[in-house]
Design a protein around this ligand. Structure first.
Ligand SMILES: *Cc1c(COP(=O)(O)O)cnc(C)c1O
Ligand code: SF4
Length: 357
């Protein structure tokens, strides 16, 4: 960076301009965006950006863009209907066996494509003690809930003390068998993954951490070290990425991302189709292209390095795999398409006597 890496998190347009990350000529437009959607660029993330590259895949994710002022006709402030599925504040409950718990709505950075962008922000969204007790009570009263997913905002923005209290309360609910935390902290503010924080994550129940990462460069040395600190505590790591035009919509970018994740001991898990959040049209990758990119990973990467292409059906109808199936019906039998595109009967054809296959 020409001006050196900023020492503090950049939270406004003048700060981004001064750091060389936004153009002064865009100031008025970007001020209008910042008045509507939260802005934060941590020093760790700013250090990954190349201000000389107008198409920088890191800057594209975090630096506001004038196009965010326009909400397209197909975009919606609550694209996957969290609100309609929220029985009490801080809970989203769509599947009988899993519930989301959102203890706060602050994040280390604010992604320009976030599906909760109308809700997340630095001021607000922290559940009060009473609200948290109500949310935990909702979970405790429903034996069908087997997994609690802490999300937000970013749960790892909580103090270790508060996080410990929430995890201890969940640990004490007998029917909750496993916990999951969705976070961008290891990438966006790896220094927050302290000894005290990883200690707070010690649970009796299995705790899985799903890390939001979209580009190989985000798996920086500091991020790798933070992830290693979680692994050292016995925490299994999954990734979730969003397929984003201008960030990772090429075979090479996706392959590099998946390889960087595997090398950091993170299982590439979900590659999300972008939700229809307001002002995000510039990131959209059409389904046809998304499926072609996803298909190209098969045969090119180890099996465990390939994420599932996943679509959260708009309106809160649930997540479904969006990739192509390699196996299709053919009358009574099936046809399997190999990684190179050739079709094969399944079960295999039975050789006639005396014939070799
Ligand atoms: C995404 C989501 C989940 C978790 O789904 P998985 O496929 O298990 O990751 C659970 N509840 C809600 C409301 C969700 O949006
Ligand atoms: S970290 Fe997650 S919740 Fe926060 S702005 Fe980014 S995508 Fe949204």
């Amino acid at each position: 960076m020409p001006d050196g890496t900023p020492a503090r998190t950049l939270r406004d347009i003048p700060g981004l301009i001064a750091a060389g990350l936004a153009r002064a000529s865009d100031r008025a437009a970007l001020e209008a965006v910042a008045a509507r959607y939260a802005v934060a660029v941590t020093p760790a993330v700013a250090a990954l950006m190349d201000p000389a590259d107008p198409a920088d895949p890191i800057a594209a994710q975090y630096v506001p863009h004038p196009d965010e002022r326009v909400t397209a006709a197909d975009e919606h402030p609550d694209p996957i209907a969290d609100e309609a599925l929220s029985p009490v504040k801080g809970i989203v409950h769509r599947y009988p066996d899993r519930a989301l718990l959102k203890p706060l709505l602050a994040c280390p950075v604010y992604c320009r494509f976030c599906f909760r962008r109308e809700q997340v922000g630095p001021d607000g969204g922290v559940l009060t003690e009473a609200e948290l007790a109500d949310a935990l009570g909702y979970i405790a009263a429903r034996p069908a809930i087997r997994e609690v997913i802490l999300t937000g905002g970013d749960p790892l923005m909580l103090s270790p003390r508060r996080l410990r209290a929430i995890l201890a309360a969940l640990d004490a609910i007998p029917h909750v068998e496993s916990l999951r935390i969705h976070t961008r902290v290891p990438v966006a503010e790896p220094s927050l993954i302290t000894e005290a924080l990883t200690e707070a994550l010690a649970t009796d129940k299995a705790l899985w951490v799903a890390v939001h990462v979209n580009h190989a460069r985000e798996v920086s040395p500091a991020a790798r070290a933070a992830l290693a600190r979680l692994v050292a505590r016995g925490i299994p790591l999954l990734s979730q990425s969003v397929l984003l035009a201008g960030v990772n919509d090429s075979e090479a970018a996706l392959e590099a991302l998946c390889r960087a994740l595997i090398a950091a001991r993170v299982k590439p898990h979900y590659l999300h189709m972008l939700d229809f959040a307001p002002g995000t049209a510039r990131f959209r990758v059409p389904m046809e292209r998304a499926r072609a990119l996803h298909r190209a990973l098969r045969g090119r990467l180890p099996g465990h390095a390939i994420p599932t292409l996943i679509l959260d059906i708009p309106g809160g109808r649930g997540k479904v795999p969006a990739g192509e199936s390699h196996v299709a019906r053919a009358g009574e039998d099936w046809i399997a398409t190999d990684p190179w595109g050739a079709a094969h009967a399944y079960p295999p054809p039975v050789a006639a006597p005396g014939e070799s296959r």
